[in-house]
Design a protein around this ligand. Structure first.
Ligand SMILES: [Mg+2]
Length: 405
């Protein structure tokens, strides 16, 4: 009984999704790009393209050089989100999904007979079979099985594509010795530099360190403890996390880089943030808007609010804050809602008008959910309705039932 976690990581997710959805892309080197432009980067590459050296982050011109004839496909976020929900349902039909970590990664906590190596492997094979049947054979995954969540993820990364890897407690720490420091989630380029600076050049050395030594390197007693235990396969509860902000930002296309148009887009971003806030069941206690203008210092304006979740109040505050911005040529703009409070802890407003505005926002959400995105919207947003398309963040899967074009 040592396999506590099953980690599912979809392989080359966006590229595989396109190959599943469009048969003529199958078996071809494919790269998914956010926009059709030579200056952009690939956000996913099919295995055929990966064999030629194209990776996530490869510039388009470089991808063409490495892999002449590569097929560049513009990303279709809504298709990937829709498929994500199908994948989630398929996995969840085999074993309850404990957490969705990104659009293509999820983790399950195992129980009972599934915790034996044999049971866990059988379950992983069943998940792969259900995914093939319910989502399609071109969307493959690597499954990692491990005694804790970190090691299950590490196991999932060990074999791609279509992997199935078990890390057993009895094999620790030797099983990890062949890995690179960067193979551990939480060790990015900066952390790697710190480790090297302390003379930790191998995973073998990392595993030999005491909790106190790890704490010194991580500059945190808690993190030192956590790492020491994780490397030994102990299953510690995750430290509690709280959602602290809801934010949206956008790089403006050249024709919108003036204060007037940018202000309109900012309202659209605010509308989206407000809808997301309500969807999460939260209220915001403060709002910031910011802009990076060409050739100027970054500008930001912040205001505290009495707890609020209605779109019209937020739009009007954002409009006021934006008017204080020095004239310039905005390149990237954004809005951040912070000091969030969950509905259960929020006291309803004393003011009838505020209560009515909140009710109005919820009614609009309801109509838009029922009759489709933008069935109802504020007139101020009419010109920019389609100017803030859904972006896929790897760590934050948009909810499909949110009104969004
Ligand atoms: Mg993946």
């Amino acid at each position: 009984m040592s396999v506590n976690y099953l980690y599912v990581d979809m392989n080359s997710y966006f590229a595989s999704a396109e190959q599943q959805l469009r048969p003529k892309l199958r078996g071809q080197p494919v790269a998914v790009v956010p926009v059709r432009a030579e200056t952009t980067c690939c956000i996913a590459a099919s295995y055929e393209a990966k064999q030629r050296g194209v990776k996530t982050g490869t510039a388009v011109h470089e991808a063409r050089r490495l892999c002449p004839g590569i097929l560049l496909v513009e990303a279709r976020p809504h298709e990937y989100i829709r498929m994500h929900h199908r994948i989630l349902r398929a996995v969840d039909s085999c074993v309850p999904v404990q957490a969705v970590l990104s659009i293509d990664e999820m983790v399950c906590r195992l129980a009972g007979a599934d915790q034996s190596v044999k049971g866990a492997v059988r379950l992983a094979e069943q998940i792969k079979a259900v995914l093939r049947r319910e989502v399609g054979p071109y969307v493959r995954c690597s499954i990692g099985l491990g005694p804790n969540r970190m090691l299950a993820k590490v196991a999932a990364d060990m074999q791609k594509p279509d992997g199935l890897t078990v890390i057993r407690v009895a094999e620790l720490p030797e099983r990890l010795h062949a890995l690179a420091l960067r193979d551990f989630p939480g060790v990015g380029p900066r952390m790697e530099q710190r480790l090297l600076g302390w003379g930790v050049t191998t995973v073998k050395r990392l595993c030999e360190l005491s909790a106190a030594e790890l704490a010194r390197i991580w500059e945190s007693k808690l993190l030192g403890q956590i790492w020491w235990h994780r490397l030994r396969g102990d299953d510690l509860p995750d430290p509690p996390t709280h959602r602290r902000t809801v934010s949206h930002s956008r790089v403006l296309p050249p024709e919108w880089r003036d204060d007037h148009h940018a202000g309109e887009i900012l309202l659209r971003l605010t509308e989206k943030a407000a809808a997301r806030l309500r969807h999460l069941g939260c209220w915001t206690g403060s709002i910031s808007v910011w802009s990076h203008d060409l050739g100027a210092r970054a500008w930001q304006e912040h205001r505290r609010l009495s707890l609020c979740q209605d779109t019209s109040t937020l739009l009007s505050v954002v409009g006021q804050l934006w008017r204080r911005k020095p004239a310039g040529r905005p390149l990237k703009i954004g809005v951040v809602l912070s000091d969030l409070v969950e509905s259960g802890n929020a006291t309803p407003s004393l003011w009838e008008t505020e209560r009515k505005l909140t009710a109005l926002s919820h009614a609009m959400d309801h109509v838009n959910q029922q009759y489709g995105a933008h069935s109802l919207y504020f007139a101020a947003l009419h010109d920019v309705l389609h100017e803030a398309p859904t972006r896929i963040a790897f760590t934050n899967v948009p909810d499909l039932d949110l009104a969004d074009a």
